[in-house]
Design a protein around this ligand. Structure first.
Ligand code: ADE
Length: 266
């Protein structure tokens, strides 16, 4: 883990708000994504500490084998239990830290799970590879299994990065106060509406008049309406689970009426 100033080694942690331990056979995969932008700043500030552990360092034999043939035959290799137990037990001990296995068989990761995980002082990720991990790891070590979607990746590393990124956004101080993750699409239950910046007119396309009106109540109403409209168009399933206020109901009626009429958004 040389050339890795931000992703700290064990023993260098100064009271971070959250510590994430990642157990992997491919730690180098994490170096770019976790050392840029918001995650980089969070680690520099000490709000977040991410520590990578090479599972191979805990292999017991002289060839440092971490995988072996499956009992009962079949395709591919299975990750051996001893290096994984050794790595996680010696690092996590009995701290009660959630140990999350990334696998396509896990519960599907959501924004709500990100928010929940962000409450923990420490979490650990185990990145599965090959045909999977020995079942005893699942039964006796891992506390939860997460998937990032119904497709199969070559390993859990990319999934761990996705989850770390989404969780970190909920740690206080990681995002600026003005743009916390709590306002995001999915956290509020609705998709965000369209956003614009300068110039007011780009080529032939102008920013909706209302956004330039300076009338904050009107702007807030328009933004809520656009958020409802976008959710209705793209993710009607999200609307079904929302408790909508009488004003939201009124906005939805307006949206239905607008259908067929010229679009407000342009
Ligand atoms: N490993 C392989 N595929 C995965 C997925 N979809 N989610 C999490 N971990 C995985």
């Amino acid at each position: 883990m040389q050339a890795n100033a931000l992703i700290m080694k064990e023993g260098m942690i100064e009271l971070p708000k959250m510590r994430i331990d990642i157990f992997t056979l491919f730690p180098a995969m994490f170096l770019g994504p976790l050392q840029e932008s918001i995650l980089k700043r969070a680690q520099q500030r000490g709000t977040l500490s991410i520590i990578l552990h090479q599972i191979r360092d805990y292999a017991l034999d002289r060839h440092q084998m971490t995988d072996d043939l499956p009992y009962g035959g079949g395709q591919g290799m299975v990750m051996k239990p001893e290096p994984i137990f050794g790595a996680i037990r010696s690092t996590i001990g009995t701290t009660g830290t959630p140990i999350i296995l990334l696998s396509p068989q896990g519960r599907t990761f959501t924004q709500a799970i990100a928010q929940e995980l962000a409450q923990q002082p420490r979490i650990a990720f185990l990145c599965g590879h090959y045909e999977g991990v020995d079942e005893r790891v699942r039964q006796h070590l891992v506390t939860e299994e997460l998937s990032i979607g119904d497709y199969v990746l070559t390993g859990g590393e990319l999934a761990a990065m996705v989850i770390v990124d989404a969780v970190a956004r909920f740690i206080p101080g990681v995002l600026g106060a003005a743009s916390g993750a709590h306002d995001d699409s999915y956290t509020s239950g609705l998709l965000e509406g369209p956003q614009y910046t300068r110039p007011a007119i780009f080529e032939d396309w102008s920013v909706p008049e209302v956004l330039r009106s300076g009338n904050h109540a009107k702007i807030a109403r328009w933004q809520r309406k656009m958020s409802l409209k976008r959710t209705l168009e793209r993710r009607p399933d999200l609307l079904a689970g929302e408790a909508l206020s009488p004003q939201d109901q009124q906005l939805l009626e307006e949206i239905q009426q607008d259908l067929g009429e010229p679009d407000e958004v342009g």
